[in-house]
Design a binder for this molecule. Structure first.
Ligand SMILES: Cc1cc2nc3c(=O)[nH]c(=O)nc-3n(C[C@H](O)[C@H](O)[C@H](O)COP(=O)(O)OP(=O)(O)OC[C@H]3O[C@@H](n4cnc5c(N)ncnc54)[C@H](O)[C@@H]3O)c2cc1C
Length: 340
Protein backbone atom coordinates (compact mmCIF):
# COMPACT_ATOMS: atom_id res chain seq x y z
CA UNK A 1 0.00 0.00 0.00
CA UNK A 2 1.33 3.49 -0.85
CA UNK A 3 1.65 6.04 1.97
CA UNK A 4 -1.59 7.91 2.50
CA UNK A 5 -1.43 11.68 1.92
CA UNK A 6 -4.10 14.04 3.25
CA UNK A 7 -4.40 17.78 2.71
CA UNK A 8 -5.55 20.60 5.02
CA UNK A 9 -6.09 18.30 7.99
CA UNK A 10 -7.18 19.53 11.43
CA UNK A 11 -4.79 18.18 14.08
CA UNK A 12 -7.24 18.78 16.95
CA UNK A 13 -7.93 15.08 17.48
CA UNK A 14 -4.25 14.20 16.98
CA UNK A 15 -2.80 16.12 19.94
CA UNK A 16 -3.84 15.71 23.58
CA UNK A 17 -3.87 19.49 24.16
CA UNK A 18 -6.73 19.54 21.63
CA UNK A 19 -5.17 22.49 19.76
CA UNK A 20 -6.92 23.11 16.46
CA UNK A 21 -3.77 23.49 14.35
CA UNK A 22 -3.84 22.55 10.66
CA UNK A 23 -1.43 20.46 8.65
CA UNK A 24 -1.15 21.53 5.01
CA UNK A 25 -0.03 17.96 4.23
CA UNK A 26 -0.24 14.92 6.46
CA UNK A 27 1.37 11.63 5.42
CA UNK A 28 0.37 8.41 7.21
CA UNK A 29 3.10 5.77 7.41
CA UNK A 30 1.48 2.39 8.01
CA UNK A 31 4.09 -0.09 6.70
CA UNK A 32 7.90 -0.26 6.73
CA UNK A 33 7.70 -1.24 3.05
CA UNK A 34 6.42 2.30 2.34
CA UNK A 35 9.44 4.02 3.88
CA UNK A 36 11.32 4.82 0.66
CA UNK A 37 8.22 6.22 -1.07
CA UNK A 38 7.34 8.17 2.09
CA UNK A 39 10.77 9.77 2.36
CA UNK A 40 10.61 10.80 -1.30
CA UNK A 41 7.24 12.47 -0.59
CA UNK A 42 8.65 14.26 2.45
CA UNK A 43 11.59 15.65 0.47
CA UNK A 44 9.16 17.42 -1.83
CA UNK A 45 7.53 19.32 1.07
CA UNK A 46 9.94 20.03 3.96
CA UNK A 47 10.22 20.55 6.88
CA UNK A 48 8.86 17.37 8.46
CA UNK A 49 7.24 17.01 11.84
CA UNK A 50 7.13 13.39 13.07
CA UNK A 51 3.91 12.78 14.99
CA UNK A 52 3.15 9.85 17.30
CA UNK A 53 0.22 10.15 19.70
CA UNK A 54 0.60 13.94 20.01
CA UNK A 55 0.77 13.74 23.83
CA UNK A 56 4.05 15.59 24.22
CA UNK A 57 3.60 18.37 21.70
CA UNK A 58 2.29 21.92 21.74
CA UNK A 59 1.27 23.35 18.38
CA UNK A 60 1.96 27.06 18.87
CA UNK A 61 1.08 27.55 15.17
CA UNK A 62 0.23 25.48 12.11
CA UNK A 63 3.20 23.21 11.40
CA UNK A 64 4.85 24.14 8.08
CA UNK A 65 5.75 21.50 5.47
CA UNK A 66 4.56 17.96 6.15
CA UNK A 67 3.34 16.13 9.24
CA UNK A 68 4.40 12.47 9.20
CA UNK A 69 2.00 10.41 11.30
CA UNK A 70 3.73 7.20 12.39
CA UNK A 71 1.19 4.36 12.36
CA UNK A 72 3.53 1.33 12.18
CA UNK A 73 1.99 -1.40 14.34
CA UNK A 74 3.02 -4.76 15.79
CA UNK A 75 5.06 -6.33 18.59
CA UNK A 76 6.86 -9.64 19.05
CA UNK A 77 9.10 -11.70 21.29
CA UNK A 78 12.57 -11.96 19.75
CA UNK A 79 14.19 -14.49 22.08
CA UNK A 80 15.45 -15.27 25.56
CA UNK A 81 19.01 -15.36 26.86
CA UNK A 82 20.56 -15.41 30.34
CA UNK A 83 17.19 -14.78 31.98
CA UNK A 84 16.41 -11.80 29.77
CA UNK A 85 13.66 -11.65 27.16
CA UNK A 86 14.08 -9.40 24.14
CA UNK A 87 10.84 -7.86 22.84
CA UNK A 88 10.31 -5.51 19.93
CA UNK A 89 7.49 -3.12 19.12
CA UNK A 90 6.85 -0.97 16.08
CA UNK A 91 7.02 2.79 16.61
CA UNK A 92 3.32 3.47 16.04
CA UNK A 93 2.17 0.91 18.58
CA UNK A 94 0.25 2.47 21.47
CA UNK A 95 2.59 2.49 24.47
CA UNK A 96 0.10 1.37 27.12
CA UNK A 97 -1.30 -1.47 25.02
CA UNK A 98 2.29 -2.64 24.43
CA UNK A 99 3.06 -2.56 28.18
CA UNK A 100 -0.16 -4.46 28.81
CA UNK A 101 0.82 -7.07 26.20
CA UNK A 102 4.25 -7.59 27.84
CA UNK A 103 2.51 -8.22 31.16
CA UNK A 104 0.16 -10.71 29.48
CA UNK A 105 3.29 -12.56 28.24
CA UNK A 106 4.41 -12.86 31.88
CA UNK A 107 7.20 -10.30 31.35
CA UNK A 108 8.43 -7.92 34.02
CA UNK A 109 10.00 -4.52 33.70
CA UNK A 110 7.60 -1.99 32.18
CA UNK A 111 4.83 -2.12 34.80
CA UNK A 112 5.70 1.24 36.42
CA UNK A 113 5.36 2.89 33.00
CA UNK A 114 1.74 1.76 32.50
CA UNK A 115 -0.80 4.22 31.16
CA UNK A 116 1.69 6.79 29.84
CA UNK A 117 -0.08 8.17 26.76
CA UNK A 118 1.52 8.05 23.33
CA UNK A 119 3.43 5.69 21.10
CA UNK A 120 6.34 3.25 21.49
CA UNK A 121 8.47 5.28 19.04
CA UNK A 122 8.27 8.43 21.16
CA UNK A 123 9.14 6.69 24.45
CA UNK A 124 12.93 6.85 23.90
CA UNK A 125 12.72 10.40 22.48
CA UNK A 126 12.18 11.90 25.91
CA UNK A 127 13.20 8.78 27.88
CA UNK A 128 9.74 8.52 29.46
CA UNK A 129 9.69 7.88 33.15
CA UNK A 130 7.21 7.39 35.96
CA UNK A 131 7.05 5.96 39.48
CA UNK A 132 10.80 5.45 39.82
CA UNK A 133 11.55 3.87 36.41
CA UNK A 134 12.86 5.43 33.18
CA UNK A 135 12.47 3.61 29.89
CA UNK A 136 16.28 3.67 29.34
CA UNK A 137 16.56 1.11 32.18
CA UNK A 138 14.63 -1.47 30.14
CA UNK A 139 15.88 -0.37 26.71
CA UNK A 140 17.92 -2.57 24.38
CA UNK A 141 18.11 -0.78 21.02
CA UNK A 142 16.06 0.93 18.34
CA UNK A 143 15.91 1.15 14.56
CA UNK A 144 15.75 4.54 12.90
CA UNK A 145 15.82 5.93 9.40
CA UNK A 146 17.39 9.25 8.49
CA UNK A 147 14.78 11.52 6.96
CA UNK A 148 17.63 13.32 5.21
CA UNK A 149 18.93 10.46 3.07
CA UNK A 150 16.91 7.34 3.95
CA UNK A 151 19.82 5.45 5.57
CA UNK A 152 18.95 3.05 8.38
CA UNK A 153 20.75 2.87 11.68
CA UNK A 154 20.53 0.82 14.85
CA UNK A 155 21.00 2.84 18.08
CA UNK A 156 22.02 1.18 21.34
CA UNK A 157 21.54 2.89 24.72
CA UNK A 158 24.88 4.72 24.52
CA UNK A 159 24.07 6.07 21.06
CA UNK A 160 20.75 7.38 22.40
CA UNK A 161 22.51 9.52 25.06
CA UNK A 162 19.62 9.18 27.50
CA UNK A 163 19.19 11.76 30.25
CA UNK A 164 16.36 12.97 32.44
CA UNK A 165 13.43 13.35 29.97
CA UNK A 166 16.05 13.66 27.27
CA UNK A 167 17.93 11.85 24.49
CA UNK A 168 19.90 12.68 21.34
CA UNK A 169 16.60 12.67 19.45
CA UNK A 170 15.57 15.81 21.33
CA UNK A 171 18.98 17.47 21.47
CA UNK A 172 20.76 16.98 18.18
CA UNK A 173 20.34 19.27 15.23
CA UNK A 174 21.86 16.55 13.00
CA UNK A 175 19.82 14.40 10.60
CA UNK A 176 16.24 14.04 11.67
CA UNK A 177 15.67 10.41 12.68
CA UNK A 178 12.43 8.56 12.26
CA UNK A 179 12.31 5.78 14.85
CA UNK A 180 10.63 2.73 13.34
CA UNK A 181 10.99 0.03 16.06
CA UNK A 182 12.21 -0.22 19.65
CA UNK A 183 13.52 -3.27 21.55
CA UNK A 184 13.37 -3.80 25.30
CA UNK A 185 15.05 -6.26 27.68
CA UNK A 186 12.55 -7.69 30.11
CA UNK A 187 12.64 -10.58 32.57
CA UNK A 188 10.50 -13.55 33.57
CA UNK A 189 11.49 -13.03 37.19
CA UNK A 190 10.19 -9.89 38.91
CA UNK A 191 12.46 -6.83 38.97
CA UNK A 192 10.06 -4.64 40.88
CA UNK A 193 10.85 -1.01 41.60
CA UNK A 194 8.76 0.01 44.61
CA UNK A 195 10.79 2.96 45.94
CA UNK A 196 8.03 5.42 45.11
CA UNK A 197 6.10 6.13 48.32
CA UNK A 198 2.77 6.70 46.63
CA UNK A 199 3.02 3.34 44.87
CA UNK A 200 3.83 1.51 48.12
CA UNK A 201 0.87 3.27 49.82
CA UNK A 202 -1.48 2.21 47.02
CA UNK A 203 -0.36 -1.43 47.24
CA UNK A 204 -0.71 -1.35 51.02
CA UNK A 205 -4.22 0.13 50.70
CA UNK A 206 -5.06 -2.79 48.39
CA UNK A 207 -3.79 -5.26 50.99
CA UNK A 208 -0.98 -6.49 48.71
CA UNK A 209 2.19 -7.33 50.63
CA UNK A 210 4.23 -9.05 47.91
CA UNK A 211 2.96 -7.84 44.54
CA UNK A 212 3.62 -9.20 41.09
CA UNK A 213 4.19 -7.01 38.02
CA UNK A 214 0.50 -7.01 37.08
CA UNK A 215 -0.51 -5.80 40.54
CA UNK A 216 2.09 -3.03 40.37
CA UNK A 217 0.72 -2.02 36.94
CA UNK A 218 -2.85 -2.00 38.30
CA UNK A 219 -1.76 0.16 41.23
CA UNK A 220 0.08 2.58 38.90
CA UNK A 221 -3.01 2.82 36.66
CA UNK A 222 -5.27 3.49 39.65
CA UNK A 223 -3.01 6.28 40.93
CA UNK A 224 -2.71 7.84 37.48
CA UNK A 225 -6.47 7.70 36.84
CA UNK A 226 -7.12 9.33 40.21
CA UNK A 227 -4.40 11.95 39.96
CA UNK A 228 -3.84 12.99 36.39
CA UNK A 229 -6.28 14.94 34.24
CA UNK A 230 -7.60 12.82 31.38
CA UNK A 231 -6.92 14.53 28.02
CA UNK A 232 -10.29 13.19 26.82
CA UNK A 233 -11.90 15.48 29.42
CA UNK A 234 -9.51 18.44 29.47
CA UNK A 235 -6.73 19.09 26.95
CA UNK A 236 -3.21 18.75 28.38
CA UNK A 237 0.20 17.21 27.73
CA UNK A 238 0.97 15.96 31.24
CA UNK A 239 3.74 17.85 33.04
CA UNK A 240 4.48 21.01 31.10
CA UNK A 241 7.84 21.74 32.76
CA UNK A 242 10.74 19.45 33.65
CA UNK A 243 11.97 19.42 37.23
CA UNK A 244 15.14 21.55 37.09
CA UNK A 245 18.40 19.78 37.92
CA UNK A 246 20.95 21.99 39.75
CA UNK A 247 24.21 21.63 41.70
CA UNK A 248 23.54 20.17 45.15
CA UNK A 249 25.01 23.25 46.92
CA UNK A 250 22.67 25.53 44.98
CA UNK A 251 19.72 23.28 45.82
CA UNK A 252 20.56 23.50 49.53
CA UNK A 253 20.76 27.30 49.34
CA UNK A 254 17.36 27.43 47.67
CA UNK A 255 15.84 25.03 50.21
CA UNK A 256 17.14 27.26 53.05
CA UNK A 257 15.76 30.41 51.42
CA UNK A 258 12.44 28.68 50.61
CA UNK A 259 11.60 26.25 53.43
CA UNK A 260 9.53 23.31 52.22
CA UNK A 261 11.00 23.25 48.67
CA UNK A 262 11.13 19.50 47.84
CA UNK A 263 14.51 18.20 46.64
CA UNK A 264 14.97 14.87 44.84
CA UNK A 265 18.16 13.02 43.94
CA UNK A 266 19.72 14.23 40.68
CA UNK A 267 21.38 12.06 38.04
CA UNK A 268 24.70 12.24 39.99
CA UNK A 269 25.52 12.74 43.70
CA UNK A 270 26.64 16.31 42.85
CA UNK A 271 23.19 17.34 41.61
CA UNK A 272 19.63 17.58 42.91
CA UNK A 273 16.27 17.87 41.22
CA UNK A 274 13.92 20.65 42.33
CA UNK A 275 10.14 20.41 42.29
CA UNK A 276 8.91 22.63 39.46
CA UNK A 277 5.32 22.10 40.64
CA UNK A 278 6.11 23.46 44.11
CA UNK A 279 7.77 26.60 42.72
CA UNK A 280 4.90 27.26 40.28
CA UNK A 281 2.38 26.75 43.07
CA UNK A 282 4.34 29.18 45.30
CA UNK A 283 4.10 31.77 42.53
CA UNK A 284 0.31 31.44 42.81
CA UNK A 285 -0.47 29.86 39.43
CA UNK A 286 -2.51 26.83 40.43
CA UNK A 287 -6.02 27.14 38.96
CA UNK A 288 -5.07 30.37 37.09
CA UNK A 289 -6.90 30.95 33.82
CA UNK A 290 -6.21 33.30 30.88
CA UNK A 291 -9.29 32.72 28.73
CA UNK A 292 -9.22 29.02 27.82
CA UNK A 293 -5.52 28.61 28.63
CA UNK A 294 -5.01 27.62 32.23
CA UNK A 295 -3.12 25.86 34.98
CA UNK A 296 -4.87 22.82 36.40
CA UNK A 297 -6.66 23.42 39.69
CA UNK A 298 -4.86 20.54 41.46
CA UNK A 299 -1.64 20.24 39.41
CA UNK A 300 0.57 23.30 39.10
CA UNK A 301 2.72 21.47 36.54
CA UNK A 302 -0.11 20.72 34.14
CA UNK A 303 -1.20 23.43 31.70
CA UNK A 304 -4.66 22.87 30.30
CA UNK A 305 -6.85 23.86 27.39
CA UNK A 306 -10.32 24.58 28.78
CA UNK A 307 -11.80 24.32 25.29
CA UNK A 308 -10.72 26.68 22.55
CA UNK A 309 -7.28 27.93 23.60
CA UNK A 310 -4.78 28.32 20.80
CA UNK A 311 -1.28 26.92 21.20
CA UNK A 312 0.04 30.52 21.18
CA UNK A 313 -2.16 31.32 24.21
CA UNK A 314 -0.89 28.26 26.10
CA UNK A 315 2.67 29.24 25.21
CA UNK A 316 2.10 32.84 26.38
CA UNK A 317 0.85 31.54 29.74
CA UNK A 318 3.87 29.20 30.00
CA UNK A 319 6.16 32.18 29.34
CA UNK A 320 4.54 34.20 32.16
CA UNK A 321 4.94 31.22 34.53
CA UNK A 322 8.62 30.83 33.59
CA UNK A 323 9.23 34.56 34.17
CA UNK A 324 7.66 34.52 37.62
CA UNK A 325 9.61 31.41 38.70
CA UNK A 326 12.81 33.02 37.40
CA UNK A 327 12.08 36.21 39.37
CA UNK A 328 11.22 34.42 42.62
CA UNK A 329 13.69 31.49 42.56
CA UNK A 330 16.32 32.43 39.95
CA UNK A 331 15.53 29.15 38.16
CA UNK A 332 14.81 28.82 34.46
CA UNK A 333 12.10 26.22 33.82
CA UNK A 334 12.27 24.24 30.59
CA UNK A 335 9.15 22.98 28.84
CA UNK A 336 8.83 19.19 28.64
CA UNK A 337 6.61 19.02 25.53
CA UNK A 338 8.11 19.82 22.17
CA UNK A 339 6.88 23.27 21.14
CA UNK A 340 6.16 23.39 17.42
C1 LIG B 1 -1.93 12.91 30.79
C2 LIG B 1 -0.49 12.74 30.39
C3 LIG B 1 0.38 12.10 31.26
C4 LIG B 1 1.73 11.92 30.91
N1 LIG B 1 2.56 11.27 31.78
C5 LIG B 1 3.86 11.10 31.46
C6 LIG B 1 4.72 10.41 32.37
O1 LIG B 1 4.31 9.94 33.42
N2 LIG B 1 6.03 10.29 32.03
C7 LIG B 1 6.52 10.78 30.84
O2 LIG B 1 7.72 10.63 30.60
N3 LIG B 1 5.71 11.41 29.96
C8 LIG B 1 4.41 11.58 30.23
N4 LIG B 1 3.58 12.24 29.35
C9 LIG B 1 4.13 12.74 28.08
C10 LIG B 1 3.93 11.79 26.88
O3 LIG B 1 2.94 10.85 27.15
C11 LIG B 1 5.22 11.04 26.51
O4 LIG B 1 6.25 11.96 26.26
C12 LIG B 1 5.03 10.15 25.27
O5 LIG B 1 6.17 9.35 25.09
C13 LIG B 1 4.77 10.95 24.00
O6 LIG B 1 4.40 10.03 22.99
P1 LIG B 1 3.66 10.49 21.67
O7 LIG B 1 3.62 9.33 20.75
O8 LIG B 1 2.36 11.12 22.01
O9 LIG B 1 4.68 11.58 21.11
P2 LIG B 1 4.35 12.90 20.29
O10 LIG B 1 3.75 13.91 21.21
O11 LIG B 1 3.61 12.59 19.05
O12 LIG B 1 5.83 13.38 19.91
C14 LIG B 1 6.73 13.80 20.91
C15 LIG B 1 8.11 14.02 20.27
O13 LIG B 1 8.61 12.79 19.82
C16 LIG B 1 8.85 12.83 18.40
N5 LIG B 1 8.48 11.52 17.87
C17 LIG B 1 7.30 10.86 18.04
N6 LIG B 1 7.35 9.67 17.43
C18 LIG B 1 8.57 9.57 16.85
C19 LIG B 1 9.21 8.59 16.03
N7 LIG B 1 8.61 7.44 15.71
N8 LIG B 1 10.46 8.84 15.58
C20 LIG B 1 11.09 9.99 15.90
N9 LIG B 1 10.54 10.97 16.65
C21 LIG B 1 9.28 10.75 17.12
C22 LIG B 1 7.97 13.96 17.88
O14 LIG B 1 8.49 14.50 16.67
C23 LIG B 1 8.06 14.93 19.04
O15 LIG B 1 9.26 15.65 18.96
C24 LIG B 1 2.22 12.41 29.66
C25 LIG B 1 1.33 13.04 28.78
C26 LIG B 1 -0.01 13.21 29.13
C27 LIG B 1 -0.96 13.86 28.18
Amino acid sequence: MAPIVRHAVSLKALNTFGIDARAGRLVELRAVADLAATIALLHAHPPVLVLGGGSNLLFSRDPPGTVLRVMLGGRRLLGERDGEVLVEAAAGQNWHSFVDWTLAQGLNGLENLSLIPGSVGAAPVQNVGAYGVEVCERFDSLDAVSLRDGTSRRFDATDCGFGYRDSVFRRDAGPQWLITAVRFRLTRTPQLQLDYGELRDELRARGIASPGAREVADAVCAIRRRKLPDPAEIGNAGSFFRNPVVERARARQLATAHPGLPLYPGSSPATAKLSAAWMIDRCGWKGHRDGDAGVHLRHALVLVNHGHASGAQILALATRIRESVRRQFGIDLEPEPVVV
